[in-house]
Design a protein around this ligand. Structure first.
Ligand code: ADP
Ligand code: ADP
Ligand code: ZN
Length: 222
């Protein structure tokens, strides 16, 4: 099994890389941001609760987030997948500890935690140009990763939109929240010997190659 976490600031490319790696290695891609946006779109109870936080760029309370993640993580062992990629979870110290408990109960272990490192300037560029498909959630960038036809999803033909929280004032708050609550997890995973720094600058393919190299190295050693 390969069980991975992608850690990094908003806009660093976690989702982009997690999708690619998950497809290549047949892993289940679990992104808490996508889960919340899906629940919001479907108008569920969780969606209604979570929406307030996403709008402001604040974190959804831990108990709701952990519950949402847990019910999906539990499907992994019987899914026929080779493991999972967590993208955007954990984001707090408490979530990281709860994840450890959950994995223990499921007799699963983490393979690696990738920290994608990108400068603050690049983050702003990436977030402000991000567009997502309203229907399937696929992620594009106006300049770095544009769709074939302007504003239209390559995969499903639906319209691309800008996320409400990718507008400047909310971006600022998300970065603040990241530095206060999520960045410290680097130390948490470094102390467990699981952390791998990945230079997140350069093209999507270049970053992917850096991640694949680390994965090959880990798998050779195990
Ligand atoms: P980003 O592109 O910034 O990495 P995500 O799509 O992962 O954004 O998350 C969007 C929003 O969803 C966050 O700003 C937060 O409100 C909520 N969210 C996602 N994951 C978590 C989490 N693990 N804990 C709390 N809130 C979360
Ligand atoms: P995160 O999940 O960390 O918030 P995303 O994967 O959504 O980040 O990427 C943020 C934006 O940057 C998206 O518009 C994406 O297309 C773009 N992007 C991702 N990786 C790169 C890269 N290596 N170079 C340029 N743009 C990128
Ligand atoms: Zn689409």
């Amino acid at each position: 099994m390969i069980n991975l976490i992608f850690l990094g600031p908003p806009g660093s490319g976690k989702g982009t890389q997690a999708s690619i790696i998950a497809r290549k290695h047949n892993l289940m891609h679990l992104a808490t941001g996508d889960i919340f946006r899906d629940e919001i779109q479907h108008g569920t109870k969780l969606g209604k609760e979570a929406e307030k936080y996403l709008k402001r760029g604040e974190l959804v309370p831990d108990h709701l987030t952990i519950e949402a993640l847990k019910s999906r993580l539990e499907i992994v062992p019987s899914s026929g997948r080779n493991g999972f990629v967590l993208d955007g979870f954990p984001r707090t110290d408490n979530q990281a500890r709860e994840l450890d408990n959950l994995l223990n109960q499921m007799h699963l272990t983490l393979t690696a935690v990738f920290f994608i490192d990108v400068s603050e300037d690049e983050i702003i560029q990436r977030l402000s140009g991000r567009r997502i498909c309203k229907s399937c959630g696929f992620v594009y960038h106006l300049v770095y990763n544009p769709p074939k036809v302007d504003e239209i999803c390559d995969l499903c033909g639906n319209k691309l939109i800008q996320r409400e929280d990718d507008k400047p004032d909310v971006i600022k708050r998300r970065l603040q929240v990241y530095h206060e609550q999520t960045k410290p997890l680097v130390v948490y995973y470094a102390e467990k010997g699981l952390l791998h720094f990945v230079n997140g600058s350069g093209s999507i393919e270049e970053v992917e190659q850096r991640i694949e190299k680390v994965l090959e190295f880990i798998q050779e050693g195990s």
